[in-house]
Design a protein around this ligand. Sequence first.
Ligand code: UD1
Length: 431
Amino acid sequence: MDRIRIVGGSRLEGVIPISGAKNAALPLMIASLLTRETLTLENLPRLADVRLLLRILGNHGVDHAIAGKRPGESAISGQTLHLDAKNIVDTTAPYELVSRMRASFWVLAPLLARMGEAKVSLPGGCAIGTRPVDLLLMALEKLGVGLDIEAGYVIARAPKGLTGGQIVFPKVTVGGTHMALMAASLARGDTVIHNAAREPEIVDLADCLIKMGAKIRGAGTSTIEISGVTSLGGARHAVLPDRIETGTYAMAVAMTGGDVFLQGARPELLQAALDTLTRTGAEITSDSLGVRVRRGGGRIHSVDVMTDPFPGFPTDLQAQFMALMTRADGVSRITETIFENRFMHVQELARFGAKIHLEHDTAVVTGVPTLKGAPVMATDLRASVSLVIAALVAEGETTVHRVYHLDRGFEQLEQKLGACGALVERISGGD
Ligand code: UD1
């Protein structure tokens, strides 16, 4: 297993290109199952999760081709992927594949919509508390799907096709909204999703489905209306920039000090996080080409945050923000409202000398003047990058173990940070 070695102390200066969003790329790729025609996705990030989902889709019979590098493109430019689900050969998604990535469970919706049946293993993914699928299944039941759970598999049937209905989510769920959008697009009649997730990735999926011929109104608001159509066609769609990657590097600059332009970033996708960073003392400006983050030599101010569904402060930036607060000039309270047990980074941050204690769903962080490098272990995707942020200012050397978590969601992290002056290297093999 690879490790990442970081020597702390360098300010970040330069340009970081922002990749396509993992959390948009995955549902967009899954949407290819809805049509017999080719779906072309541009600006696709090179990530382990994308490669794994290609394997899962391949198992169902989806062919894919990745376009070669075009003149003028750098190694970091997004890829163009053609997905062709003309013949679905298998409607089962096996445990071996689904257990490695929770989002792959979402194939259930398009398989049912197109084939009238699907058998999908209950999911795995990041170890961040219990992540049930009750609401995802409830949404499908509202569209006329019959469900059984047998030996760890969901067996779903809609032999006469899906029928539109009213879906009321008692809690905002991104995955539930993605699945409902895909299923309802091919259902007979009209569907209304109440209390829908408003995340930008939902809007990106809806935009792509509309290009494919779906009739969707209201994506980006909490009520989405869908009029089902009998079939969907091919489309070409560019994946939106990754707001979590943007926020992560913005926090890294706020931590180290310096001046970095996040090329291709769109500030409106993470306004709450950028406003919070401004309150910590970072200076943030933006133009049509991206977002610039600067911080001079002053102390980092402590700020309280609470995670919330979009447009609130994203749970996927909570760990990174906590890393920043370990060096702030006071006490910060960070409350996690989306996932229980999403504090596994706390004990690893403590290894740098951070002072954090937990009070139920709140981490109370008392800033310290210095962190010290240490061997640490990545536990999940977002937690692991918080360790990188801490390591960038820690005195001496840090080794982050289990970096496969990072590779799931951050494209070319060492290259991007290294190009801005960070001392980061990957060590292949070993534990
Ligand atoms: C997606 C994101 C993830 C992000 C999360 C919240 C992807 C690939 N992943 O995950 O990075 O952290 O949104 O913004 O886009 N819930 C239930 N029952 C269900 C489904 C969800 O109780 O059937 C709960 C979850 O446990 C959690 C909350 O609803 O407490 C939100 O989860 P959800 O929005 O569904 O997260 P994901 O779609 O899995």
